[in-house]
Each structure stands twice: as structure tokens, then as C-alpha cells.
Design a binder for this molecule. Structure first.
Ligand code: KG4
Length: 341
């Protein structure tokens, strides 16, 4: 049996996990900094790194105690190396270096985005590669061709805002709490759409042909703003939330369809914070049955947001492939692996 330690500190969640054989979660601790950043309605990098520094050691102790494991049983340390906030990444990296140095445990450096996709391995047998990896988070709206561990090719990206960012910005416009995703989802779910009612927002990127696969959400944010300005009296927050989600998710579904057509890959793994959204999850499920394609996304919502379990899970496969790094490894804000490995 192989026990691995996962360390995640790329953005606003500090997390430590212990995973067995890359597929069984033994312990997971996550400290979310949402309350710390919410007065600013976004992640403040300097505050994030300080908060990681304050919490990471105690999370490690609690996680090790809960797993009832000592360092002598850990075979590898997996740490998020990129992409992320550099100051925050450095906190996790330094912890990994210390443990490695003291206990002679090898380190594997993990791509945060890849880990979001590979985490499904904690819930089921991993499907055969290649997959279409759909990443919808606070920093990404992208589709990758995921060919094998450590081997991802970018197929589609956003021209401007990511989907999570659009949720966060629109929630600010609507004066809803931060982070925007859960607040908008709650409002949208409580809207009962009158039969035949038309959306106040235009279809996104409707001019794009079948070969052009890309995301863009800043126009939708502006459309919400102008719609609000055109109204008198109390704005219909539930209605706006409902149509914002509907418009935003239609582009996700359309792009997945195009990606399948273009690549002929029929396995789709969707992940990232926005996958916590129930409306999106059921839309994708319906689409996967109609088209059809094999769809996977994390069942447990804690695996949608940033967590150490996904890092330890992917780390296991990289460790098996002997992708070990020295203590002088670097972290990077960039998502391009070649630049740093
Ligand atoms: O992957 P993630 O946890 O981390 C970063 O990328 O930083 O994603 C966070 C994003 C935020 O923008 C948040 O508003 C969005 O995921 N999010 C959601 C939901 N829960 C979180 N978006 C839509 N619906 C949700 N229920």
C-alpha cells in the first residue's frame, strides 16, 4: 500500500490530504479563506499567502492525526506547483521541502488544473485516456485534450473572464454575497420562469462556427449591467440570476459538443469550482445522455473546489512514473508545464 501526502495552497484554500494508492481518501483538511477575502469581493494575494502560512502547519498535524499515520509511512509528497498565486504556492512548496528534507520523502510537483480533473480517480476507476478536460473555475474556462498524466493540450480557452469570475462579478453587480456562484445559484433556483418568457440576454458568441471553440463571459456581465440600468423599481434578482446561468451554461454545453465533434473524443471530465452548481451538473448529465458521451465530474462537492486530495491523487500517478523533483524545484503562476519542469 502506498500512502501519499497532498499539499494545496495555490489560491484561497489551504488543504492537506492523505490518500492511499491514489484512489482512497484517508484524511482531508481544507481551510477556506472565503470569509477573509469577502470584504474585498476577490482574493487578495498578500492576505492569501499570510493566511496559508498561519494555517498550514496545524492542518498538517490534524490531518496526520486523523489518518493515524506517521511520516515514516508516507511514500511521496505531492504539492501544487502551478498555476497559482506565487506567494501562496511558495507556502505549500516550503512545507513540502521541509518534510522531504527531514524525512527523506520524494516530492512530485502537481499541475493544479490537471489535479482538478484527475480527482475523479478518488470516486471511481479512471476512464482510459484521452479525455476532454473541461475546467470551469474562478480562473479558468477551458477545454483540454488530456492525453495522459502530465500531458494536456489546450483546445479552447476564454477570451476574457472565466465562468467563475463572471459569477463573482455579476453577483457584485446584483449586490449578492461573495463568492458569486452559490449566491446566484440560490436565487436562480428560486425563479419560476413563466411559460414562453424570453431571455433578456443574447446568446453568447453566436457568430462562432463549428470549428471555433472559445469562451467569453465579459459581454454577458455587461448585458446584465445594462439590463439592470434599463429597469425601474426593485430589480428581479431571481430572474436575472436564472437567465445569467442559462445563457452562461448554454455556451459550456455548446462548446463541449463542438469539442467532441472536432476531436472525436467521447470521454468528458468536467471539474473546477463551478461544477458545484446543480443546474450545470444536471444540464451536462442530460446532454451526455442525448448526444451521447461518457461524462464524469466529482460527485462530492468538496472535490470541485481546491483541495489536497486531488493533489495527492494525481501525485500518486506521477510518483509511479518517477516524476520526482529536487528540493530546488520552482513554482509558477503559469499553466505551461514545460517552462518550469
Ligand atoms: O475552482 P475554484 O474553487 O477555485 C478557483 O478557481 O479559485 O473555483 C471558484 C469559483 C468561484 O468563482 C465561485 O464563484 C465558483 O467557483 N463557484 C460556483 C459555485 N460554487 C463556486 N459557480 C457557480 N455555482 C456554484 N454553486
Amino acid at each position: 500500500m502506498v500512502y501519499g501526502l497532498g499539499i494545496e495552497s495555490s489560491c484561497d484554500e489551504t488543504s492537506i490530504a492523505i490518500v492511499r494508492d491514489g484512489k482512497e481518501l484517508i484524511a482531508l483538511k481544507v481551510y477556506s479563506q472565503i470569509d477573509t477575502h469577502s470584504p474585498y469581493r476577490g482574493v487578495v494575494p498578500e492576505i492569501a499567502s499570510r493566511a496559508h502560512l498561519e494555517k498550514i502547519n496545524s492542518l498538517l498535524s490534524v490531518c496526520m492525526a486523523e489518518a493515524q499515520i506517521s511520516f515514516s509511512s508516507i511514500q511521496y509528497i505531492a504539492v501544487t506547483g502551478y498555476p497559482g498565486l506565487v506567494g501562496s504556492l511558495m507556502i505549500g512548496a516550503q512545507l513540502a521541502r521541509c518534510i522531504s528534507l527531514v524525512h527523506s520523502i520524494p516530492i512530485v510537483l502537481v499541475n493544479h488544473l490537471e489535479a482538478h480533473l484527475a480527482v475523479i480517480g478518488l470516486e471511481r476507476e479512471l476512464p482510459a485516456f484521452p479525455w476532454l478536460g473541461v475546467l470551469l473555475s474562478g480562473g479558468n474556462s477551458s477545454i483540454y485534450i488530456y492525453k495522459g498524466f502530465g500531458d494536456m493540450e489546450l483546445l479552447a480557452d476564454t477570451r476574457d473572464d472565466s465562468l467563475g469570475e463572471a459569477f463573482d462579478k455579476v453577483s457584485a453587480i446584483l449586490d449578492l454575497p461573495y463568492p458569486g456562484g452559490p449566491s446566484i445559484e440560490k436565487k436562480a433556483l428560486s425563479y419560476e420562469r413563466p411559460k414562453g418568457e424570453k431571455s433578456p440576454f443574447p446568446k453568447l458568441l453566436k457568430e462562432d462556427g463549428p470549428d471555433l471553440i472559445r469562451f467569453s463571459y465579459s459581454g454577458l456581465k455587461t448585458a446584465v449591467l445594462y439590463y439592470l440600468k434599463s429597469l425601474q423599481g426593485n430589480p428581479p434578482i431571481e430572474k436575472i440570476s436564472y437567465y445569467f446561468q442559462k445563457t452562461a451554461f448554454e455556451l459550456v454545453v455548446r462548446n463541449i459538443g463542438k469539442a467532441i465533434e472536432t476531436t472525436k473524443i467521447g470521454t468528458v471530465v468536467a471539474a473546477g469550482g463551478v461544477l458545484a452548481n446543480e443546474t450545470l451538473r444536471s444540464l451536462l448529465l442530460t446532454e451526455s445522455q442525448t448526444r451521447p458521451f461518457q461524462l464524469y465530474f466529482p460527485q462530492k462537492k468538496i472535490y470541485c473546489t481546491d483541495n489536497g486530495a486531488m493533489v495527492a491523487c494525481l501525485g500518486y500517478h506521477l510518483w509511479k512514473e518517477k516524476k520526482i523533483v529536487g528540493l530546488d524545484f520552482k513554482v509558477s503562476p503559469k499553466r505551461n508545464f514545460e517552462q518550469i519542469l
